[in-house]
Design a protein around this ligand. Structure first.
Ligand SMILES: C[S@@+](CC[C@H](N)C(=O)[O-])C[C@H]1O[C@@H](n2cnc3c(N)ncnc32)[C@H](O)[C@@H]1O
Length: 255
């Protein structure tokens, strides 16, 4: 295992201590992502969360749409946290230590698999492609892969607006490698197609990272993830424009 992978595992092990916000400080953006995932999960389906973090999304899916299934993560601390959080649903959900680059072969197939910003943690495009292929191999014929991941395209769009207003560029975190939309599209073949694509973080990112970043708090205080403007963004359709790094793809495997 490369040193970089071990550094990343250490980073996520540490973040597990944050509990509810261990997967992202931006809990409003996570709400938008989770709503997208829940919208496309078939009721009662067998589901895999690949890079499950604290397990919150899978637990919510189990409670709201009666799915069952499994969450995987390469951080032992995240697996422990998800196992603890998921205890009340232990008859329907299980949690396992696994790496996206080497997914277990003994877990059967799933009606739906999803990732929520986990593939961006891999070290190279080759590793991301390998993990994507591993995931598609676990999808039943006719099933779907819900891919919620960050793109450089959306990040650049937001940064271009920030630049106009004289706000510093948002950098990609050291542990992330963002996708290119065109590259992801090139992974389609006769056995799998992108059935739907959406700019799910567009409205939220434009309002929170451009407008709110420019206006700031009335007292000049620190910017907040639950600012009034961010809350307004949550009430609007998520996909006004094409801003924001986080995108949603629905992959369909041929039946
Ligand atoms: C941004 S967090 C998101 C967690 C969760 N999906 C959520 O939305 O809260 C990324 C997660 O991916 C996991 N991860 C990163 N690299 C991984 C790998 N190679 N294999 C499995 N999980 C990985 C991390 O441990 C972390 O829990």
């Amino acid at each position: 295992m490369s040193t970089l992978t071990e550094q990343k595992r250490g980073f996520w092990d540490d973040r597990a201590k944050l509990g509810k916000i261990s997967g992202s400080n931006d809990f409003m953006l996570k709400r938008i992502e989770t709503d997208f995932i829940l919208r496309f999960l078939p009721r009662g389906a067998r589901v895999l969360d690949a890079g499950c973090g604290n397990g919150e999304t899978l637990i919510e899916a189990c409670e709201k749409i009666a799915i069952n299934g499994m969450g995987l993560d390469f951080s032992p601390e995240m697996v422990a946290l998800a196992t603890q959080n998921g205890k009340p649903l232990k008859d329907r959900l299980s949690w396992r230590f696994a790496d996206l680059r080497d997914l277990p072969k003994d877990i059967g197939l799933f009606d739906a698999v999803y990732t929520q910003r986990s593939l961006i943690n891999l070290n190279s495009l080759d590793e991301q492609r390998e993990a994507f292929e591993n995931i598609m191999a676990l999808v039943k014929p006719g099933g779907c892969f819900i891919m919620v991941e960050c793109t450089i395209d959306g990040q650049n769009k937001t940064n271009a607006q920030r630049e106009i207003l004289g706000i510093e560029k948002m950098e990609i975190p050291w542990h992330n490698l963002f996708f290119s939309i065109v590259e992801v599209e090139s992974w389609q073949n006769a056995g799998r197609r992108i059935e739907y694509f959406d700019h799910i973080s567009s409205t939220y990112h434009f309002l929170s990272r451009v407008v709110y970043a420019a206006v700031g708090e009335p007292d000049g205080g620190e910017l907040k993830y639950d600012s009034k403007i961010n809350k307004i963004a949550l009430r609007l359709p998520p996909n006004i424009g094409d801003f924001g790094p986080v995108k949603g793809w629905i992959w369909r495997k041929s039946g």
